[in-house]
Write a protein that binds this ligand. Structure first.
Ligand code: FCB
Length: 486
């Protein structure tokens, strides 16, 4: 086999989010977000919608970040994508810091955030949290590493979204989160403030993680255990449109005080037709689940209504790709298309897919070729720098992870070799963490965490990752693991 080497400036690293990692030791709790309220809700727990595990029993990155950074450094990682929690920075509402904004039709096309607003926001920000995030970022940067900060990885402050009230009132009583236009404005203020505060430490920004998951799980796949868990296709669509607008206004808000590239992180599955007659259906599924959002923030195209919005166009400097598996789709009389069970995300846990591929503890099929495909497709369409911002597997026993890692990094390499501008590979996750509605059941870490002692233990696959990251190549003796499993 030929040499599989990555360019010197290609980064290997890890991705982390606030809610899933920070809490664990006394003093790290953040009870001011909607997800906190959601996973503690006794009705949700009784109904089995959420696991009954609590994030405050988690890996404790808030206090143990140095330990995790040490591990990451030892594993040869040169970049981290770290999450920030809006509810930590602004545990109380920011509505009173009044800003002017332009409203055209129903669209917020510009928000006029000035230095005087940032100073006022500084007065109401939670200073301890602001300082603590600075320490975390500084610790990573002092090691000569790249830092990507993601500003929203799902929890909204409770003052902006009360998911229990929203569900009980059939979305009539708020605060209603992204369904409420005020969320666009308050998000832009928070983001402007953070960019103003931390620009010196951050190499690249991501406004949001997987907006598509937020509205599809929250309002369509309501059994997934995501807030507010209320079935309403109209609400899903409205949330999507508000998040598109929020991204664009956040992009502008960052640019007030930062020249660093601003991206978004998107959940991208490789969408394939079940049979050759389903080609059109697959195209439609790709458009609806991926391109509609990304076309809006790059080209300003809003497909529904056939309009172009200049205030959305060109609001993306880079794109983060979270890839786990594929979706095999066929036509559906009611919805146009549907994913077929037995493939991709819809398999039995620890089993085999219909094509005989192994599946994870989550029931996700191992399908590395899909990563190559989505990177090539996205690059062909947007011509923007890409980064694999999440890729990993729930695999308690670490039986599948070694091949998972090598084969996905190899598929990234194949895309790179074809000219796709992919700048890095960030693994999900460095350590075991809190997997939303599934709690601690799903183990994504390169390190196992003893949740009682908070001790980290390297899984064997961590050493495989280290071999690749430190050499920036897949060494010959690991190349047998590049082949997709069968
Ligand atoms: C992604 C999320 C991340 C984690 C992984 C397994 O969709 O961004 O927080 O839950 O899935």
């Amino acid at each position: 086999m030929s040499r599989v080497s990555f360019p010197k400036d290609f980064v290997f690293g890890f991705s982390e989010s606030g809610f899933q990692f920070e809490m664990g030791l006394p003093g790290s709790e953040d009870p001011n977000g909607d997800w906190w309220a959601w996973v503690h809700d006794t009705d949700n727990i009784r109904a089995g919608l959420v696991s009954g595990d609590f994030p405050e029993d988690g890996p404790g990155y808030w206090h143990l970040y140095r330990m995790d950074h040490d591990i990451a450094e030892r594993l040869g990682m040169d970049a981290a994508r770290l999450g920030m929690e809006w509810s930590r920075i602004f545990s109380k509402p920011t509505f009173d810091v009044k800003v002017d904004y332009s409203l055209e039709k129903r669209y917020i096309t510009h928000i006029n955030i000035k230095e005087e607003h940032l100073k006022k926001l500084d007065e109401i920000a939670n200073k301890e949290a602001v300082e603590h995030y600075r320490e975390i970022f500084q610790d990573w940067k002092a090691r000569g590493k790249k830092l990507i900060v993601c500003l929203y990885h799902w929890p909204l402050p409770l003052w902006m979204h009360d998911p229990i009230k929203a569900r009980r009132s059939a979305l009539r009583e708020g605060p209603l989160g992204w369904l409420d236009k005020r969320c666009v404005i308050e998000f832009a203020k928070y983001v402007a403030y953070v960019a103003w505060k931390y620009n010196d430490l951050v190499d690249a920004w991501a406004t949001m993680n997987e907006p598509n998951v937020v509205y599809s799980q929250g309002y369509i796949n309501v059994k997934s255990g995501f807030p507010p868990g209320f079935l309403d296709l109209g609400a899903a669509m409205k949330t999507m449109m508000n998040m598109i607008e929020a991204h664009a206004r956040a992009y502008d808000a960052i640019k007030i005080s930062s020249k660093k590239p601003v991206g978004i992180i998107y959940a991208v599955s490789c969408i394939e037709p079940l049979k050759s007659e389903d080609e059109d259906v697959a195209r439609r599924a790709r458009r609806e689940s991926t391109y509609a959002f990304l076309d809006a923030i790059t080209r300003g195209v809003i497909e529904q209504g056939n309009i172009i919005r200049d205030d959305l166009r060109g609001r993306l400097d880079w794109l983060g790709v979270n890839y786990y598996t594929r979706l095999v789709v066929t036509s559906d009389a009611r919805l146009g298309w549907r994913a077929v069970p037995g493939y991709g995300f819809l398999c039995q846990p620890d089993s085999l897919s219909l094509t005989g591929r192994p599946t994870s503890d989550f029931g996700w099929e191992v399908y590395p070729e899909g990563l190559h495909k989505v990177l090539s497709d996205l690059y062909a369409r947007y011509k923007l720098p890409l980064m694999v911002t999440e890729n990993g597997i729930a695999d308690k026993s670490d039986r599948l992870r070694p091949r998972f890692i090598v084969s996905h990094i190899h598929q990234t390499y194949l895309a790179l070799k074809e000219g796709v501008d992919v700048r890095g590979y960030l693994h999900w996750a460095l350590v075991d963490n809190y997997e939303w509605a599934s709690g601690f059941n799903m183990k994504f870490g390169l390190c196992q965490v003893d949740l009682k002692t908070k001790k980290r233990y390297l899984r064997p696959s961590a050493l495989i990752f280290r071999e690749i990251a430190t050499r920036k190549s897949i060494p010959e003796e690991l190349q047998y693991l590049t082949e997709p499993p069968c």
